[in-house]
Write a protein that binds this ligand. Structure first.
Ligand SMILES: Cc1cc2nc3c(=O)[nH]c(=O)nc-3n(C[C@H](O)[C@H](O)[C@H](O)COP(=O)(O)OP(=O)(O)OC[C@H]3O[C@@H](n4cnc5c(N)ncnc54)[C@H](O)[C@@H]3O)c2cc1C
Length: 495
């Protein structure tokens, strides 16, 4: 094994990892090494696979696992899940920030986060949806939202419930991921920044409450990297797995799989919070199929562009707990004959109370962790109630004057009245898992890191990615994770 030293090693080159490596290497006196398990396609979009950059669909290349339940999908490539995602960027409510501030302190409050949100919007090049990207279905969905009394709001800011368009990290059908945005050619020319692709962080080496090194396997070949500070940014599934392989986690569970616990942190892998939802399918009219086909011929067909923040009776005051998404286009999974499309309205729970878990099956970094999202598992049945409320709203959209001429409700009982078992069978995910290394004070046994990402009980180790969010925001998570990574990078840099 060869050993190399840096000031900071960032483990995981996804959304947060790209922000951290870019911001921390702005100081020429700080050497930074970014370690990513997947390929590094470089700063030039010409060097990237065309399918990975095509923002009209969700790519299935460069992922950790294929042919698995959809909630397990995540990117394994420089740029992480920003290379495989839907390119939507929205922001949560004031109530989310109140929750975050209670867990992480003033840095997590709404006003304190604003400069980081703005910096992320700018550096990611987030833009408004161009008019030509609205299909006839999306235009009708905007009319339906107005018809049903949902006011227009800015989706990239906290604010009231309502309807609008997200900001997108897509330009003329090209997905602009976090690596292209934060690790551009100028940034990569910095002599103090090293990017190691195809390199899996196997485990951290701990001694007397400090990290002494990290074993990294580059295309199978192991070596040890040393640093003053180790920052784990391997995502909601990868970060708790790396901590647990290194002996940090629930002590009894670690012993069960033959890992010696070094630091007993019961919260590692717990508190998994993802946003489940159900798609209400409709039957498109031949006119809608024809209009969508024309849009597809022009290369301008996007399945969904319109979003509604809706509130069930359980939503916080002035907040929302549902995203309602009218969509029409090629199916996300499977296929239809040419010229035929899928249309419908989805209801996603954006503030679920159920909590799942990520756990290790073994200490082998090549064995995927067990991921139990535990959707709709809260004993009071609140998540099921919110889902039913969302599906009732989705049905009102389907029945609106604006949409009902384009697609019809299928026969049968309304989705919001279906037996619970059937709702569960139809459950999908919005792909926004967070919380498996949650932020909170050391006195809270479920907390893993403090408000600046420091791992409780370990001197020179931080976690800084979606896994540290104390609760899932009522939003798509990419922009919140970018902003949190900007904030944590500034904290690490001492500003
Ligand atoms: C299919 C899909 C669609 C989505 N759509 C949207 C959307 O439209 N809008 C939105 O806001 N959000 C969306 N998201 C969520 C968003 O992409 C995530 O919130 C965001 O990427 C989280 O950032 P992260 O840095 O925590 O993790 P990631 O971006 O997943 O990065 C983690 C990185 O760590 C690497 N890694 C893991 N383990 C190791 C290891 N042991 N060693 C080295 N490297 C490792 C991974 O390969 C990966 O590159 C979507 C996600 C998915 C999967």
């Amino acid at each position: 094994m060869t050993a190399v030293s840096y000031d900071v090693v960032v483990l995981g080159g996804g959304v947060a990892g790209c922000v951290l490596a870019s911001r921390l290497s702005e100081d020429a006196g700080r050497s930074v090494c970014l370690v990513e398990a997947g390929p590094d396609y470089g700063p030039d979009p010409g060097g990237w696979p065309a399918r990975t950059l095509d923002s009209r669909a969700l790519p299935r290349e460069d992922v950790w696992e294929r042919n698995v339940p959809v909630h397990r999908f995540r990117g394994r490539v420089i740029g992480g899940s920003s290379c495989v995602n839907g390119c939507w960027n929205t922001w949560g409510s004031a109530a989310d920030h109140a929750e975050w501030e209670r867990a992480g302190g003033p840095r997590w409050g709404s006003a304190a986060m604003e400069p980081y949100r703005t910096a992320a919007v700018r550096r990611m090049g987030l833009r408004e949806v161009p008019d030509r990207e609205l299909s006839p279905w999306s235009r009708a969905a905007l009319r339906a939202a107005r018809e049903l009394g949902h006011h227009e709001v800015d989706m990239s800011l906290p604010g009231p419930p309502g309807h609008g368009l997200p900001l997108i990290n897509s330009v003329d059908g090209r997905r602009w991921n976090a690596a292209l945005a934060y690790l551009d050619a100028d940034t990569r020319r910095r002599p103090n920044l090293t990017v190691l692709g195809d390199s899996v962080a196997d485990r951290l080496i701990l001694r007397d409450g400090r990290v002494e090194g990290v074993v990294v396997r580059t295309r199978g070949v192991p070596r040890t990297l040393h640093a003053g500070l180790y920052v784990v940014a391997s995502g909601t599934f990868g970060s708790p797995a790396l901590l647990m392989r290194s002996g940090m986690g629930p002590a009894d569970r670690l012993r069960d799989i033959g890992i010696d616990p070094a630091v007993d942190l019961p919260g590692v892998g717990a508190n998994l919070s993802d946003q489940p939802g159900v798609f209400l399918p409709l039957v498109p009219t031949p006119e809608l199929d024809a209009a969508l086909a024309e849009k597809e011929r022009d290369g301008e067909l996007y399945v969904n562009r319109v979003l509604v923040r809706a509130a069930s009776e359980h939503a916080p005051a002035d907040g929302w707990d549902l995203h309602i998404l009218p969509s029409a286009g090629p199916p996300l999974f499977g296929s239809l004959p040419p010229g035929r499309y899928e249309a419908g309205v989805s209801a996603f729970l954006v503030k679920p109370v159920s909590r799942g878990r990520v756990s290790l099956r073994s200490a082998d970094p090549d064995e995927p962790p067990a991921i139990d999202p535990a959707f709709l598992s809260d004993p009071d049945g609140r998540d099921v109630a919110v889902l039913r409320s969302g599906l009732a709203t989705a049905r009102r959209f389907a029945g609106s004057a604006a949409l009902k001429g384009l697609a019809a409700l299928p026969e049968g009982p309304p989705a919001h009245e279906l037996p619970e078992a059937e709702l569960r069978a139809r459950l999908g995910t919005y792909w926004h898992p967070v919380g498996t290394c949650a932020t909170g004070p050391a006195a809270d046994p479920s907390a893993v890191v403090d408000g600046e990402g420091r791992v409780h009980g370990v001197a020179n180790l931080r976690v800084a990615d979606a896994s540290v969010l104390p609760t899932v925001p009522a939003a798509n998570t990419q922009l919140p994770v970018l902003a949190v990574a900007e904030m944590l990078a500034a904290a690490m840099a001492g500003s």
